[in-house]
Design a protein around this ligand. Structure first.
Ligand SMILES: [Zn+2]
Length: 280
C-alpha cells in the first residue's frame, strides 16, 4: 500500500481502538515532541509496519489513532532522549507547517497531541494516583478516585476586523519576526465564542465591532488550540493598545499590506479572503 495514494480526508476513520495484528499499518513516531522523518522521502510519510518493527528505538507507548482504508495508524512514543536513528531524522512540528498537505499536517498534529496528553496524565491531578486507559473511549481514568481525563483542546478565536476597504492588523508583542496579523485569544470558561471575539478585540485594541461572520476553523497543535476564525466590522472607538500583548496596531488598505502571516495559518486565510472580496 502506497501512502501517497491514500486519501486521508475521505478514508481516515478516527478510532481509539483498532484490532491488533493487522497485516499492514502506519506509525507516526514521536520523541520529545519531534516527529520522525525518513531520509530522502518527500513528501513526508509515516513508517510502515516493517520500518517500525526494525526501528532501533526504545518504545514508550503506542496509541491507535484510527484506520485508513482498513490499515491502522498509530502515534508511537519513543525514548525522549533518542538520537536520530540511521536513515531517519526527528523534526519539529513547526517544520511541517505549510510543507505537507493539510490533512497530513492535521494527522501529525493529532498524533503529537495524543502522545503529549497521555504523557501528561500518567497521574491524577486530584489525588495523585496512577491513571489507566479506558476501553470505552479515548480517556484516562484514575485507578483510585475514578476521575476522568480527556485530551485537552483549547478553543481560541481569531478575527479580522475591517473598516471599508481597510484591515486592522496588529504586531504581537511576543511574536517572532516583524509581521502584522489578525487579533486572537483564548475563549474563557463560561464565555460564548461570540462574546470572546468582542472581548478580545476590546481588550487588545479598545475597539467595538459588529456583524461577526464565522469564516472557518483550524486545528493549531501548538500545543492544543482550535482556532475559530471570524470576519467582523469596525463599529466605534479609538485605538487603546494592550501593551503587554500588542506592540502596534494599524489600519491597512487591502492593496497596501505589511509583511503578514504564512498562508498555512487561518490568519493568512482570513486576510486573503477579505482581499479577494475587495478585488472583485
Ligand atoms: Zn485520583
Amino acid at each position: 500500500m502506497d501512502w501517497q495514494h491514500l486519501n486521508l480526508l475521505e478514508d481516515f476513520v478516527s478510532d481509539h481502538n483498532v484490532p491488533e495484528g493487522a497485516d499492514t499499518s502506519w506509525h507516526i513516531v514521536i520523541s520529545d515532541d519531534e516527529i520522525l522523518t525518513i531520509d530522502g522521502e518527500h513528501p513526508w510519510r509515516p513508517l510502515n509496519q516493517d520500518e517500525w518493527r526494525w526501528l532501533d528505538l526504545e518504545r514508550v507507548a503506542q496509541h491507535p489513532l484510527g484506520h485508513i482504508g482498513g490499515a491502522p495508524i498509530y502515534a508511537c512514543e519513543v525514548d525522549p532522549e533518542a538520537d536520530n536513528p540511521e536513515g531517519y531524522e526527528f523534526e519539529t512540528l513547526w517544520s511541517f507547517l505549510g510543507q505537507v498537505d493539510e490533512p497530513v499536517f492535521y494527522m501529525i498534529g493529532r498524533a503529537k497531541q495524543i502522545v503529549e496528553w497521555h504523557r501528561n496524565h500518567q497521574f491524577c491531578g486530584q489525588c495523585g494516583g496512577p491513571t489507566e486507559s479506558s476501553d470505552a473511549d479515548r480517556s484516562l481514568r484514575c485507578k483510585s478516585c475514578r476521575q476522568m481525563f480527556y485530551p485537552r483542546l483549547s478553543p481560541s478565536i481569531i478575527v479580522l476586523v475591517t473598516r471599508g476597504d481597510e484591515l486592522l492588523l496588529a504586531r504581537n508583542a511576543h511574536a517572532r519576526g516583524n509581521f502584522y496579523s489578525t487579533l486572537a485569544g483564548f475563549i474563557e470558561p463560561g464565555e460564548s465564542v461570540e462574546a470572546a471575539v468582542h472581548r478580545e478585540v476590546f481588550e487588545e485594541v479598545g475597539l467595538s465591532i459588529r456583524n461577526l461572520e464565522y469564516f472557518s476553523s483550524q486545528s493549531w497543535p501548538f500545543p492544543n488550540s482550535l482556532m475559530l476564525g471570524f470576519h467582523a466590522e469596525y463599529e466605534s472607538g479609538e485605538f487603546v493598545l494592550q501593551e503587554e500583548e500588542i506592540a502596534d496596531a494599524q489600519w491597512f488598505r487591502y492593496d497596501n499590506l505589511p509583511h503578514r502571516p504564512a498562508m498555512a495559518s487561518i490568519s493568512g486565510w482570513l486576510i486573503d479572503d477579505f482581499v479577494r472580496r475587495c478585488q472583485d
